[in-house]
Design a protein around this ligand. Structure first.
Ligand SMILES: Cc1ncc(COP(=O)(O)O)c(C=O)c1O
Length: 399
């Protein structure tokens, strides 16, 4: 494990800065919550208390928000891309003069603009989970989707996206190359890009994606007993971590929890950006089993927020992620067994690594008063890999 304490982090007794408001706000969080709660199949995901694990680590409490069952899509990403898809369609309808400021997303879902919406194409690059969300959202709002996959996205993930009705485009190169390919095609053909990564001049949709993620926190904090002192949150481009850090700060104000961003060693763009004090690109293929975290370029908006709202950046190895998956699947004491994929268990991998270091415990105040929130961002997105890592045996399908 490597740890970088963020000396640029704002003091935790300050209120959330007003400049975050145009991107993430409590008012927009409420709109997002109302829309997503109206989607077919909505149910809050479980918030599991892992008391056995907290005791074993000498901590006060650990809560694990298990997103594996979210809308039947297997990950928290079901929230962001699909919600941003709806808002992008609404904006396009307004640009076309077809929708008024009063038009709502449920009118689109109900098919009021079906003639136009069915001709719109939503496009995005993905390493799996975000693309599933956009494809699913496109279908729910009645539009088409075109999803760009880089060379390392496996066939299981591709099939899951295709099954949601998306057209798949394979791109040679890494994730960042697929982002560029999607962008170029969209510019040429008028597709609506639904990216979770923001860059110069492209902020609104990534902010919508992040606002969609905040539903998880609304659900978790609905129980007043759940008041975390720390969040260990895994990051690829950083949108999830920034949504968590920004929303908790806005919601809980001064005295906000410490936010510790956890990345894969091989894709540590936020860690390196924090060290350098500016956004840094990590070139190459980013080989890691934590597929959702294999990103070399930070999202610009996410970086802006994390630069002041994250207290530390931690990197973990694949072996740490495997150990965390096993620990969740075969828990000690009376904790329930949890199925969390490689990226889903990464936040816990960061916590285990930090809790195992005397220096890090001291630096991060990981003690008996610490109440940790973890987000289990995915279930077993790649079931065969999960079986191999945790030693799970599943009945073979009949011939
Ligand atoms: C399962 C999972 N966890 C975490 C993340 C990280 O999210 P972000 O890229 O917003 O940092 C991803 C991103 O794809 C993911 O798929």
């Amino acid at each position: 494990m490597r740890i970088h304490l963020n000396s640029n982090a704002a003091a935790r007794d300050l209120p959330a800065p007003a400049w975050i408001d145009p991107h993430l706000s409590l008012r927009r969080a409420e709109l997002a919550r109302r829309e997503m709660q109206a989607w077919p199949g909505y149910a809050p995901t479980p918030l599991v208390r892992l008391s056995g694990l907290a005791d074993a680590l000498g901590l006060g409490a650990i809560w694990f928000k298990d997103e594996g069952s979210r809308f039947g899509l297997g990950s928290f990403k079901a929230l962001g891309g699909a919600y941003a898809a709806g808002l992008a369609i609404l904006r396009r309808l307004r640009e076309l003069g077809l929708a008024s400021p009063a038009t709502t997303l449920d009118e689109i879902r109900a098919g009021r603009f079906a003639g136009v919406v069915s001709g719109l194409t939503l496009a995005t690059a993905t390493d799996g989970n975000h693309g599933k969300s956009v494809a699913w959202g496109a279908r729910m709002y009645g539009a088409r989707s075109r999803i760009y996959l880089h060379r390392n996205v496996n066939a299981v993930r591709e099939a899951a996206i295709r099954d949601l009705g998306a057209e798949i485009v394979r791109v040679p190169g890494n994730y960042d190359d697929s982002v560029r390919a999607a962008r170029a095609d969209a510019d040429e053909n008028g597709f609506l890009i639904i990216s979770d990564t923001s860059y110069d001049g492209y902020v609104e949709t990534p902010a919508d994606v992040m606002q969609g993620y905040t539903l998880m926190l609304d659900e978790a904090l609905a129980d007043p007993a759940v008041r975390p002192t720390h969040v260990f949150v895994q990051a690829g481009v950083g949108a999830l971590a920034a949504a968590v850090a920004g929303h908790l700060w806005q919601r809980l104000g001064p005295g906000r929890p410490r936010v510790i961003v956890v990345e894969a060693e091989a894709a540590n763009c936020l860690y390196r950006s924090a060290e350098a004090g500016r956004a840094v690109v990590v070139e190459g293929d980013h080989p890691t089993i934590m597929a959702g975290l294999a990103c070399g370029e930070v999202s610009m908006l996410a970086w802006q927020i994390l630069e002041t709202a994250a207290d530390a950046f931690v990197t973990v190895a694949d072996s740490d992620a495997k150990a965390a998956m096993r620990r969740l699947y075969r828990p000690s004491g009376s904790d329930p067994s949890i199925v969390a994929g490689e990226s889903g268990a990464a936040g816990l991998a960061g916590l285990l690594a930090a809790a195992g270091s005397e220096a890090a415990r001291e630096q991060l105040a990981l003690d008996r008063d610490a109440a940790i929130l973890l987000i289990g961002t995915e279930a077993d997105s790649d079931p065969d890999s999960f079986d191999r890592i945790v030693g799970r045996e599943r009945p073979q399908a009949a011939e």
